[in-house]
Design a protein. Structure first.
Length: 129
């Protein structure tokens, strides 16, 4: 269940729109947002994947806009191709994996606290868990 919390002005706060943030699996950038929501674009390099993770203060709605791969949410796997959508409820354990081509996802986050440090990693190919 999503627990409300008080966002603070610290380095883990949401990034500005258009700022590209590099990650070992690719990058993400903010596209916009407002009270209680934020929109991001994720680019996952072919063959790479984000950590197996969950969030305690937000849900996410993923729309695959390019590429192919696999989306996982609470133990269920879904083939990813342009047009695939996935709702990731608050607290759900999830991951996205790019296949033979780069995977691009538009992510809409909803919640009271949209900081980047609202993440609990269970497994990570880059030793961040």
């Amino acid at each position: 269940m999503c627990e409300p919390s008080n966002p603070s002005a610290d380095p883990s706060a949401p990034q500005e729109s258009g700022e590209r943030v590099l990650r070992p699996w690719g990058w993400f950038e903010g596209l916009g947002g407002g009270e209680g929501y934020r929109v991001k674009r994720l680019w996952i390099q072919a063959g790479a994947r984000i950590s197996l993770q969950r969030h305690h203060h937000r849900s996410e709605h993923w729309v695959v806009v390019a590429g192919s791969g696999l989306l996982e949410c609470d133990g269920q796997q879904h083939e990813a191709s342009p047009g695939t959508v996935l709702m990731v409820p608050c607290g759900a354990i999830h991951r996205a994996t790019a296949g033979a081509s780069d995977l691009v996802i538009v992510e809409v986050q909803r919640g009271a606290d949209l900081r980047e440090d609202d993440i609990e990693r269970f497994a990570d190919d880059y030793n961040r868990a």
